[in-house]
Design a protein around this ligand. Structure first.
Ligand code: TRP
Length: 473
């Protein structure tokens, strides 16, 4: 790791180490808030990461902000495990491995369950539909209580879907579509209501935005979401800034969650510190509330106990671990979850894509030419340095971003397998693989742009109006 902390860390006491981690956390937040250059932030995050690892190596415990070390177990036996540890929370995803985050380990650390073949087969039996490619290919790889959703569904008990987006800017990229493409598929095969939360309040609290701007982004993002093809009779999209003030059901659930989570708990889960504004500290309750059907009395006829299923990227899990912990204490069912992997940046699977770096991703507004140039210029290649070497030794699909993108977007399993074989054997060159990706994404983005054009302000307004949907409860 580039900026591993000095060896003198070894001589620090657990409490001193704890203070160093806390200080570094504050520094990262200050840099982010002050919009410092990306490499400066990255370096500070890496430093934070290694400090946390040293803390864990010394104390045997995960660092929890606000909870100083106690009951020390010294497990530091001199082995250095830093290289194979990943860091994942709602704001930072960091790994040193070019293949990306180790998801099998994340399942163990987060205590969720693997989506295995048995579960996929069960979804197929219950719905009578071929499992979506995101399930077939392990893109949605982890879950909580999906078997309960299927039990209920098989007994003719309905449920609803909840997902969301933080509208931090006007620009959405292809990675943002994953959870919506999947939510649409789930909605279709199970025929259930879907609610989509746009956390404009969250983005106001975390970014340098006015409430007006955040709300505007929410409405702009809603257009891209609607363009995924959601059924207006089965889908409710809401902005927090808007809906919170109009729904008594929603706000009641927020205060119930707020009453049952302490400051110490959110510090532990989210790393908040004493100097974070109280808006941030109470925000997790707002992301939790849509997990309860009573937040939408108009859809569920006031019913409290309709079970919720949340498809989301794994970095959102901390919010829902908290929600699931609170649910029984406020007499509500725990939401079930389906977790996806992260969509890799063009530059490689080490990080999530960033909406603030135009070259890190393919945007929904990119022209065919921009798509081509970006992929040719920036997509990290698992190919060899020269054609001769490539032919001789073959390419590496595990780190090749063009191949990874194809696993997300190319529907045909046989074709994908052929490409994999040909690339691995050296028969197919990087340029040729990139061409397949370009030809896959160009029509997909063009079709999205075409559908988005049809989404008028009036359509957005309809999707965002609290109303009964086409379901009886
Ligand atoms: N916090 C999420 C983000 O920043 C947005 C969000 C709200 C969300 N509710 C959700 C994402 C439910 C997934 C599921 O993008």
């Amino acid at each position: 790791m580039a900026d591993s902390p000095n060896c003198d860390l070894k001589s620090l006491s657990p409490l001193q180490l704890f203070e160093r981690v806390t200080e570094q956390g504050e520094k990262v937040r200050a840099l982010k808030a002050g919009k410092a250059p990306k490499d400066e932030i990255d370096a500070a995050v890496r430093m934070l990461l290694s400090l946390k690892l040293s803390y864990k190596a010394t104390t045997g415990q995960d660092y929890q902000a606000g909870l100083p070390p106690k009951d020390l177990v010294l497990i530091n036996n001199g082995t250095n495990k830093e290289e194979d540890e990943d860091f994942v929370d709602p704001w930072t995803v960091q790994t040193s491995n070019a293949k990306g985050v180790d998801y099998a380990k994340l399942i163990v650390r987060f205590g969720s369950s693997k989506i295995d073949t048995d579960l996929i087969n069960r979804i197929e039996r219950a719905t009578g539909q071929k499992p979506h490619r995101f399930l077939r290919r392990g893109i949605f790889f982890s879950h909580r209580d999906m078997d309960q959703i299927l039990d209920a569904y098989e007994n003719k008990k309905s449920f609803y879907l909840y997902t969301g987006r933080g509208p931090s800017s006007q620009a959405m990229h292809v990675g943002h579509l994953i959870q919506f493409i999947f939510a649409k598929w789930l909605q279709e095969v199970f025929d259930v209501p879907l609610v989509i939360q746009l956390t404009d309040d969250e983005k106001y609290l975390w970014k340098d935005l006015t409430t007006e701007k955040a709300y505007e982004y929410a409405r702009e993002n809603a257009k891209d979401i609607i363009a995924c093809g959601f059924d207006i009779n089965k889908t409710f999209i809401f902005s927090d800034l808007d809906y919170l003030g109009t729904s008594t059901g929603f706000y009641k659930n927020i205060v119930k969650v707020q009453k049952h989570v302490t400051f110490n708990q959110v510090k532990g889960i989210f790393g908040f510190t004493d100097s974070d504004c109280i808006g941030k500290i109470s925000f997790p309750a707002i992301q939790a509330a849509p997990s309860f059907s009573s937040s939408f009395p108009q859809i569920f006829n006031g019913k409290e106990n309709i079970q919720c299923l949340i498809p989301c990227a794994i970095d959102q899990d901390p919010y829902f671990r908290m929600t699931r912990d609170v649910a029984p204490r406020i007499g509500q069912p725990k939401p079930a979850l389906l977790h996806s992997v992260f969509f890799p940046a063009l530059q490689g699977a080490q990080t999530k894509m960033s909406a603030s770096d135009p070259n890190s991703s393919i945007f929904l507004t990119d022209t065919p030419k921009q798509i081509k140039t970006k992929i040719n210029k920036h997509a990290f290649s698992g190919g060899r340095d020269t054609i001769e070497e490539h032919r001789k030794y073959g390419g590496n699909c595990d780190v090749d971003v063009s191949f990874m993108y194809l696993t997300f977007f190319l529907e045909d399993d046989d074709r994908l397998e052929q490409l994999k074989q040909a690339y691995t054997s050296g028969e197919l060159l990087t340029g040729e693989l990139k061409k397949v990706l370009i030809e896959t994404l160009q029509p997909l983005i063009a079709a999205h742009q075409e559908r988005r054009k049809q989404v008028t302000d009036e359509v957005v307004k309809q999707f965002m109006t609290p109303r009964k949907l086409a379901f009886e409860f």
